[in-house]
Structures are given as structure tokens and as C-alpha cells.
Design a protein around this ligand. Structure first.
Ligand SMILES: [Zn+2]
Length: 329
């Protein structure tokens, strides 16, 4: 499953290739990849053809492209002797890309043979030095493309990370909270709601309605870094603890983004479920039975433990992330 940093890598890569270009035609090679578009492939293609991609926006792991159905504004016009740029139209619809387990968005030239698992092809208006096609490739078909409405955001802030932020969000993503990399993320609101939740800390970190974009890997990494146990009751969490774990989540995701940065200018806007580029820097996740690096640095030997958690695994150091006991802190 791609995590937030991988989706952000896709966003940054994709935006430089597609922003401002018009979708000229659509080939649906496998309608299963459009099953989230209730009105079917013809409606999907009919709405996309002629639409211009205004931006690529991300909140949590949701990624969408606001669309305009009018041509690009001209250079502007002269009004009372002053040059006034034409305003971009306010988009009402967005193309949503759900990457699922194995979805990839690839920019390709027309001469490149179709990928084995190519599902949808969008042809884009010509642009100097840029590939013509945006291809959606998905081996396991858990992902897909669909059109969604844009609705105003709850707090009036931008819908998510974007090049030209608008106070609009894809309806599909409107139920999720802002993610830790979003400059509009409010720690105060997060902390207030976290305390009220009366649940375990990791469960709260994975709750997309509280904070979005933290998956299982980053939750374990953030908890390790903040030296907090996953079962720590949120209503006992001090402000400083909450700040520490959130900062840790932001740091591990930013590190992964930096490590993935080399793929930004690649022709392939690529995302793989278990991308390897940040594996080397993991401190907790997947390290069962291996030495805790922090304990080792302090001259102690402690082996990381794996425990079952919400049908998944949690990795913790029993020494520097002790399990809560007797409700005492
Ligand atoms: Zn440790």
C-alpha cells in the first residue's frame, strides 16, 4: 500500500507534466478500473475529453486533479490602462486517482508499447518536451480512476497540498482530516480531539478523521521516535507527548520524501506498494528480533517486539517504549 510520501512523490512528479494540459482523448482498456465511477466508462471519457488539468492536489493518501472545461485564459486584458490577468475558472469536478495496492501513473510517449496491466490511457495536448500520454497501470485492480465533485473545505483553507491552492476538496476526501505535512494542519484542534477520543495512541494515529496519511509503517516509526507505546491511552497523553509523536510522524515522512526525491524528475511517475527507497532508514517497522538502535547507542541490548494490532503488526522496543501499566505515567 503506498503511504503518504509515495503519493506526494507522485503528486510532485505528475504536476510538472500535466498541469495546464488538455485531455484530448481517453482509452478505457479495462472498465474494472473505473468501477468507482458509477456512471460508467462512456460518461467518464465524455467528461474528460476536452477538460484541462488545473493542478494535482493531495490530502493524506488521496490524490486528485481539478479540471476546467474551458480553454486556458489568454494573457489577460487591458482595463483602464492596466493589464489584468484573466482569472482561472473555479473548477467543480476533479479526476481522482486511487492507487490501491499497485496502481501507477506513468507518463509515456505514444511509441512506448502498452504495459501489461495498462487500464486507462489519457492523451494530453502537445507540450514541448513532454510525453503525450498519462497511463494508469494497475496489476491488482484495487485502485482506479473516477470523477468526483469539488466541495468547499470545512475550515476555508486549501483542500490539500497543491501548486495553486483552492479552498475546495474532492468530495471523496472531504471526510478526512488534514495530514501532518499540510501547512493548515492545526495541532490544537488535533490535540483537543485526540484527548476526547479515549482510545489507544496508535489507533488514533491511524484514524483518518483525526489526522490523515499516517499508515501502519509511519505510525510505528513515529511512536518509536517519540518513545511512546502504541497502547498509550490518548486521554492520558500530555500536550508535549502528542506534539512529539506528531513531529516524529512529520519527520519520518519528510525523510522518506527526501529519499524519494530523485524520482521527481524521472519520466516515470511511479509508485510501488512496498517502495524500497526508505526501507534502509526504518527504525522499528519490520525489525522484529533486531536490536533497538536507540538502546544500542545507549549501551543496552534490547530486541524489538512484534505484536498483533488491528489485524496488523506493531513493532516496539520493550525498553524505551514500555507498555502502559496500571494506568500510571
Ligand atoms: Zn529501545
Amino acid at each position: 500500500m503506498p503511504e503518504l510520501p509515495e503519493v506526494e512523490v507522485v503528486r510532485r512528479g505528475l504536476v510538472s507534466w500535466v498541469r495546464g494540459r488538455t485531455i484530448t482523448s481517453v482509452d478505457v482498456l479495462d472498465p474494472r478500473s473505473l468501477r468507482r465511477h458509477a456512471l460508467g466508462p462512456e460518461d467518464f471519457a465524455g467528461n474528460l475529453e476536452g477538460a484541462r488539468v488545473l493542478d494535482v492536489v493531495r490530502r493524506g493518501k488521496f490524490l486528485w486533479m481539478p479540471l476546467a472545461d474551458t480553454p486556458a485564459p489568454s494573457g489577460g486584458r487591458v482595463l483602464s490602462g492596466q493589464q489584468v490577468p484573466d482569472a482561472e475558472p473555479v473548477p467543480a469536478v476533479a479526476l481522482m486517482a486511487h492507487l490501491g495496492m499497485s496502481g501507477q501513473l506513468l507518463m509515456q510517449d505514444p511509441g512506448v508499447p502498452d504495459e501489461k496491466h495498462l487500464k486507462v490511457r489519457l492523451r494530453l495536448s502537445p507540450a514541448e518536451g513532454m510525453p503525450e500520454q498519462l497511463r494508469f497501470v494497475d496489476q491488482r485492480i484495487f485502485g482506479g480512476l473516477f470523477l468526483t465533485s469539488l466541495v468547499p473545505t470545512d475550515d476555508g483553507g486549501p483542500g490539500g497540498l497543491a501548486e495553486t491552492p483552492l479552498p475546495l476538496i474532492a468530495e471523496e476526501a472531504s471526510h478526512i482530516a488534514r495530514d501532518p505535512l499540510d501547512p493548515w494542519f492545526s495541532f490544537d484542534a488535533f490535540y483537543r480531539r485526540l484527548r476526547a477520543r479515549k482510545t489507544g495512541l496508535k489507533r488514533a494515529l491511524l484514524d483518518q478523521g483525526l489526522v490523515s496519511g499516517i499508515g501502519n509503517i509511519y505510525a510505528d516509526e513515529a511512536l518509536w521516535k517519540a518513545q511512546l507505546h502504541f497502547a498509550r491511552p490518548t486521554d492520558t497523553l500530555r500536550r508535549a507527548d502528542a506534539q512529539r509523536v506528531l513531529d516524529a510522524a512529520r519527520e519520518v515522512m519528510t525523510d522518506a520524501l527526501t529519499a524519494g526525491g530523485t524520482s521527481f524528475d524521472s519520466l516515470y511517475v511511479n509508485v510501488n506498494g512496498a517502495s524500497g527507497y526508505f526501507d534502509r532508514s526504518l527504525n522499528a517497522y519490520g525489525r522484529e528480533g533486531r536490536e533497538c538502535k536507540r538502546c544500542a547507542a545507549a549501551g543496552r541490548v534490547s530486541l524489538l517486539k512484534r505484536e498483533q494490532f488491528m489485524n496488523r503488526s506493531s513493532y516496539t522496543c520493550p525498553v524505551c517504549q514500555p507498555r502502559p501499566r496500571n494506568g500510571r505515567w
